[in-house]
Design a binder for this molecule. Structure first.
Ligand code: MRU
Length: 341
């Protein structure tokens, strides 16, 4: 399975909205197709959004040259548009921030310009694969033998360029013979857990049980759960972490049931420019996603519906953050500052 591929100037993205029923691809030879793919969650997951957006700049530069447009202005406009696709995952801004100096350095030599953009975008892509690998390795420390693990949303190869964030920890523990069992939340309203995580776990032969989001507290009360590990879309300087809606509730219940709750995220998800989670913008999505399931209406037409895509888990509920540079423990404000210099 290739979630993202570069085909000689065209960015091919696996259309995750169609999974697990069919494998369809979107061939992006226009950066607006990349923008739409991010906005509509055809491609999603914080690190993969960042990698896709960086590659979207490479697509835009080629469009500009081919169309005879003002190359630098066209790519600069594309950068602004791609940046606006989704507000919460900071990896999008992080990746585009890395592309900005190369856009600014345009000298009039189109070949050199495209080569410099490609170089940086591929560096972001390859780096993400390596960050996933390292999170997987460091995460092994928190996974006991025979662990029962709850996870939420999708944090695997469909959310990154590599093995994943929380799912990299799970994958690595499975490969290391920890004999784990995963409980995957289905993750309403868009079912990233049921459609994507269950699919990835199934493909890897990792034993798992799917459950509805409202079953996790009961599971913690009635079964031995050793660990919860989720990803994050943005981590503030004090460790408050935004992730898929439902993560906060899971962390509250984990504290009540004394289950260790960990976040796995690369350094590119940490936003030291904001002091706390209060400053994180939470994406509000179309209420129709709540009024329906898989395109079928399940509620009275047009009824009021609440649909924040993310929530913020306060640092006090997080036992540790598994990063590509090691596991960060409280006090997060001090230890994250040490990590990021
Ligand atoms: O709305 P999505 O599917 O992009 O949300 C994804 C998540 O919330 C993931 O948990 C998060 O990006 C971190 S894992 C890569």
């Amino acid at each position: 399975m290739k979630q993202i591929e570069w085909l000689n100037g065209t960015l091919r993205l696996l259309d995750q909205r169609k999974l697990p029923l069919s494998m369809e691809y979107i061939d992006c030879d226009d950066y607006m197709l990349v923008y739409d793919a991010i906005k509509t969650l055809a491609v999603r997951g914080a690190p993969l959004i960042g990698v896709s957006a960086a590659m979207g700049i490479c697509v835009a530069a080629r469009q500009a040259v081919k169309g005879g447009f003002d190359v630098q202005k066209y790519t600069a406009d594309a950068e602004k548009k791609l940046r606006s696709a989704r507000p919460t995952a900071v990896n999008l801004m992080w990746a585009l921030d890395r592309m900005l100096p190369f856009i600014a350095a345009y000298s009039g030599d189109n070949d050199a310009y495209i080569a410099s953009l490609d170089k940086e975008a591929f560096a972001i892509w390859e780096e993400d694969i390596e960050l996933c690998r390292k999170m997987g390795e460091f995460g092994l420390d928190v996974v006991p033998q025979n662990a029962n693990i709850i996870t939420h949303c999708n944090t695997g190869s469909l959310a990154t360029a590599g093995d994943g964030t929380a799912l990299a920890v799970i994958r690595h523990a499975h490969r290391a013979g920890r004999n784990i069992h995963v409980y995957a939340d289905e993750t309403r309203p868009l079912l990233q857990g049921a459609r994507l995580t269950a699919w990835e776990l199934d493909q890897d032969g990792i034993p798992f049980t799917l459950m509805c989001d409202n079953m996790s507290s009961h599971l913690m009360k009635t079964h031995k759960i050793d660990l919860i590990v989720t990803g994050a879309d943005r981590i503030a300087a004090n460790g408050d972490s935004a992730n898929k809606i439902g993560t906060y509730g899971l962390a509250v219940s984990a504290a009540y049931h004394k289950v260790p709750f960990y976040i796995a995220a690369p350094y590119s998800t940490i936003d030291m420019s904001i002091k706390s989670g209060d400053e994180i913008i939470i994406e509000q999505r179309n209420p129709e996603e709540v009024r329906s399931l898989g395109g079928v209406r399940t509620a009275p037409e047009g009824c009021d519906a609440f649909n924040p895509a993310f929530d913020v888990t306060p640092n006090s509920l997080i036992k540790g953050i598994i990063t590509d540079r090691g596991i960060i423990r409280p006090p997060f404000d001090i230890n994250l500052r040490k990590l990021l210099g």
